[in-house]
Structures are given as C-alpha cells and as structure tokens.
Design a protein around this ligand. Structure first.
Ligand code: MLT
Length: 251
C-alpha cells in the first residue's frame, strides 16, 4: 500500500512557502507532502473566483488539486485559515479526509467586532498595500520569543505577507469574515484528529484549542513551547516530530 499523502493548507495572508520546513523535513519524508497555494496567493495570485470568495470555494479548489494528482484520500493539515478550510472539507468532502491536523486554529465564527476588523483590514490593504498589512499582523503572528530572538524568521514572514497580492488578501478577508461557525461540527468528526497549539499564540490561544480538542471525539492535543500563531514555521523540528508520530500511528 502506498503511504498516505499529507495535504498542507496555509494560513492568511501567507502562501505555500510557510510549509517549507515540513516539505523538506526528513521526519516527514515517508509521506508525499503537498502544499498548494490557495487561490489569490502565490502562484495562484491571478485567480479570482467567479462566485465570490469563501472557505467552501477554497475547499473545492483543494479537491481539484487532489483529483489532478489522483489522490483519493489524504491526511489534511490546516493552519488557522487552513483549519477553517479543513472544517469545510470535513463538511463537504469528508470521504477525502483520512485524518485531520488542526494547527493554530479555532472553530468559532467571527464576532461582530472581528467582522468589522476584517473590513478595516481590507480597506487598509486597498489603501496602503500588503506592507501595511504585514506591519499590523506580524506582532500578532509570532511568539514573543520568536520576535525577540529570531529576526530572520520575522523577516521571512514579513516578506511572505508583503508579496501577497491585494486582491487575494481582500478576498480572503471576506471569506474569513463570512465563514460558518464550525463548533457544531466538532462532535461529529469521526476521523483521527491532532490539534497542535503554540503556547504563545495570540490569535488562537492554546487554552481555546485544548477546549476545541476536548469537543472532538478522540482528538489528541499537543501544545508546542516557544511558538506563536505560526507554530510549524517557528518551531519546525518539534512540530515535525509530532506530525510524524501522528501520521505514523494511522492505520
Ligand atoms: C490565519 O493565520 O490564517 C489568520 O490568523 C486567520 C484569522 O485571522 O482568523
């Protein structure tokens, strides 16, 4: 039997390169690791959807990626917005998800205040470009330890955000603002689930992620030290060990 593929879904407003430490990891080399860009980012920056931006649209795009690679089912690992898309995959295409890895994400929809913040950020992106978005987001994305001691990690994340195209940023913000509440889904998830948190994540705090894991039958919860919202990028070795252990244990 060929090994299970792992499909990695990036967060906002990043691109496939945020998974570069996983794609290159010896610990994950037994599996075929796939990390596509989402519509509007990276290589797919020119592709606007004809029917509006949504988590469902991103999920359907990823099914096309799996189809084009002739992959029937995959372990799916989503970070933050990638996790929201993974919830959508579980709702719309559950037979394609062999197991789920939820990194630095949450199930709840945006509050009215958070929706207003999405619109404000979309206006900022349109007025001042991706660089202004990077200035606002960077301190929230990374752990204090990363910001203090790993300037090259901060510089790389800043660069990824700065090259994100404004239409992709604005489209994703609309999809984030309008996404469904996935809390009711949690209790009905039947595939194996790993929940990975960062101990200094300001956007999806570890305590909330642990609570989310408790609501999913048989989910495993791991909190990685000295990690913020981008745990796999900030602490790749620790994260890769946890991912490899989880995938190796799937039957
Ligand atoms: C992400 O990393 O994808 C974003 O932080 C998601 C969000 O803002 O809800």
């Amino acid at each position: 039997m060929s090994p299970l593929p792992i499909l990695f879904i990036h967060g906002f407003p990043l691109d496939r390169t945020m998974w570069r430490h996983q794609i290159a990891a010896p610990a994950l080399s037994p599996w075929k690791c796939i990390a596509p860009d989402l519509r509007g980012f990276g290589a797919l920056s020119a592709r606007a959807p004809s029917n509006g931006w949504s988590m469902a649209g991103y999920a359907d795009d990823l099914i096309q990626v799996l189809d084009s690679l002739k992959i029937r089912e995959a372990v799916v690992c989503g970070l933050s917005m990638g996790g929201y898309i993974l919830f959508e995959l579980l709702r719309r295409h559950s037979s394609r998800v062999r197991a789920a890895i939820l990194c630095n994400t949450k199930a709840a929809a945006d509050s009215p205040d958070a929706k207003r913040d999405r619109d404000a950020m979309a206006a900022l992106a349109q007025r001042a470009g991706a660089t202004a978005v990077a200035v606002q987001l960077l301190p929230k994305l990374l752990a204090r330890a990363t910001l203090a001691a790993e300037p090259q990690v901060a510089a790389e994340v800043r660069e990824i955000i700065q090259r994100a195209p404004v239409p992709g940023i604005v489209g994703a913000l609309h999809a984030l603002r309008d996404r469904a509440d996935s809390t009711p889904l949690l209790g009905s998830i039947r595939v194996p689930v790993l929940v990975v948190a960062g101990d200094d994540d300001q956007i999806a705090p570890a305590a909330g992620m642990e609570e989310m894991a408790r609501a999913i039958p048989h989910a495993r919860f791991v909190c990685i030290p000295k990690a913020g919202h981008l745990t796999p990028f900030e602490q790749p070795n620790a994260t890769n060990m946890v991912l490899a252990d989880f995938v190796a244990g799937l039957r």
